[in-house]
Design a protein around this ligand. Structure first.
Ligand SMILES: [Zn+2]
Length: 525
């Protein structure tokens, strides 16, 4: 492509503190009743003084650590002045020149189906296949959120709900390092996983717990994919991106729109702001700014600069294993596939559930009479098969049940012990796939243990050879033509017989035993 997208992101993440950023009001921006979590501080009454929420500071430092920023030993708050009713003080308390941290990075996987064939143009153009992209993080700072404006009420007025006003936000600004909309989406998914792992936000974009503005411009490249001009073109900022999908689609749209402008010889000459319209799937011009807004930042006189030393020291030991490291461990240690590992580590509770299941299974394996060695050695031999079962059943069927019930792993009735037992029943061929699905659904209903459900509902697999033998012989007798055709070389008919046997046993026969017996008796014919 002769035009290479240059994309940067600006992300706001709501922090899960108990109280607001500068007062003791509950931090519950989604409270249904408007204007109940408010006080004289967050509604900007004269004569009140803000008090810093230390928990919010710690969370912001943790976020900055996880994103590899250089942490500021001294930090301060500033007033960002603007006049709008969603911030009754007439300014927002934010951070200007001494933020929580500067100059970090986050590495993301580049989707391999999208990256280039060759290694060329790593600088300007498409990244080489299988590469990891290092996305620069310009800064991380803390600020207070504004109130929610509700436009278009019955009477045509704009209503304002101050429950959200003064709640803590961490703002993350990236360098313009993304080369494709997909990279931006992957970055945001990674960021959500990190926020959840740090337990500082649920970072759900649909619930506006994580909000993203994207900026994009195009740069002309030569046939080697190198940029023709050294300077960046004026950027277009896209707002109103409420999902990962919206970020990706809006950027794709904007690349097409701007490419057309370049081809017509009239590339964007000034910075502008556009809004994403989800219904019509287009970006719409909101405003063109000739110059940057003058917010007249100045230091917040009511809050002296902060010595961050204590918090920096305290958070050093609090940084948990981050999703990237956890994913790698899930692949190396447990044998999960990349996609499964990604899903299983996307939520810390789900990751914990999975690890507990594995540890139960290790114990169970070691307790089997026929095995030798210690738990780790035994597990190492079986891990490929177990990972396939555990990963498969959690990522597809269990996930499906949770989606249907609109619950997550935290309020799931299935314990790791019971889920491990469930896997062991499949592993030992005590239940077949159809029975397993029924049992899992019942486990999610009542939280019973799977063996009990299997016995109560007679869902156990028929593995008694004598019993299956009778079924197999009956079937062969009842289908002499097909049996003869099989004997004459039409071996594909085996599947036909397997199907009949499974039907005759209501899916309870062990399909492996069925196959062996069918082959034996069909040959004898
Ligand atoms: Zn308040």
């Amino acid at each position: 492509m002769p035009y290479q997208p240059v994309i940067g992101l600006e992300i706001h993440v709501q922090l899960k503190t108990k109280s607001k950023m500068f007062c003791t009001c509950p931090n519950n921006p989604d409270e249904a009743e408007p204007n109940v979590n408010i006080c004289s501080i967050c509604t900007g009454q004269p004569g009140t003084l803000p008090v810093i929420n230390k928990a919010a500071l710690e969370m912001a430092v943790l976020a900055a650590r996880a994103l590899n920023l250089k942490l500021s030993e001294e930090s301060k708050f500033d007033r960002k002045n603007y006049f709008y009713p969603d911030l009754p003080k007439g300014y927002q308390i934010s951070q200007y020149d001494m933020p929580i941290g500067l100059d970090g990075y986050l590495e993301i996987d580049v989707p391999s189906h999208l990256s280039g064939e060759s290694n060329r143009a790593a600088r300007g153009g498409v990244r080489p296949k299988g590469a990891r992209a290092k996305i620069g993080i310009t800064r991380v700072h803390l600020e207070e959120d504004a109130a929610k404006s509700i436009h278009g009420s019955k009477t045509g007025e704009t209503l304002i709900d101050y429950n959200r006003c003064g709640t803590p936000l961490v703002e993350i600004v990236t360098e313009p390092d993304f080369r494709t909309p997909q990279e931006a989406k992957i970055f945001l998914q990674e960021l959500r996983a990190i926020m959840r792992c740090l337990k500082i936000s649920d970072a759900d974009m649909e619930k506006a717990q994580m909000r993203c503005d994207a900026n994009i411009s195009l740069r002309k490249t030569d046939e080697n994919g190198e940029f023709v001009d050294a300077a960046l073109s004026p950027k277009t900022e896209i707002k109103n991106l409420n999902s990962f999908k919206a970020v990706e689609r809006a950027l794709e749209y904007e690349i097409k729109r701007q490419t057309k402008l370049w081809e017509q010889g009239k590339p964007p000459r000034v910075q502008s702001t556009r809004g994403w319209n989800e219904q019509s799937a287009v970006t719409e011009e909101q405003r063109v700014k000739e110059e940057a807004h003058d917010y007249r930042y100045f230091p917040e006189p009511d809050l002296p600069p902060m010595d961050m030393g204590e918090i920096i020291a305290k958070t050093q030991s609090e940084l948990p294993e981050l999703p990237i490291a956890k994913r790698k461990r899930f692949i190396d240690e447990y044998g999960f596939k990349n996609e499964e590992a990604k899903f299983l580590t996307s939520d810390p509770s789900l990751a914990e559930f999975t690890e507990n299941v594995i540890s139960e299974l290790k114990e169970w394996l070691a307790s089997l009479p026929e095995v030798e060695g210690d738990a780790e050695e035994i597990y190492e031999k079986q891990k490929a098969k177990l990972a396939k079962l555990v990963g498969g059943w959690i990522c597809s069927k269990l996930q499906g049940i949770m989606t249907d019930k609109k619950i997550d792993i935290k309020n799931l009735k299935i314990t790791p012990e019971n889920f491990a037992e469930f896997i062991s029943l499949i592993y030992t061929n005590k239940i077949g796939s159809a029975a397993a699905q029924k049992i899992l659904a019942k486990m999610a209903e009542a939280g019973q243990d799977p063996t009990q459900i299997m016995e109560d509902n007679e869902l156990g697999q028929m593995s008694d050879v004598k019993e299956i033998e009778t079924v197999v012989q009956d079937i062969i007798r009842q289908n002499p033509d097909q049996a003869a055709a099989y004997g004459a070389g039409k071996t594909a008919l085996l599947q036909f017989f397997v199907g009949l046997a499974m039907k005759a046993t209501e899916g309870k026969a062990d399909p492996n035993i069925v196959k062996v017996l069918l082959e034996k008796y069909l040959k004898e014919k």
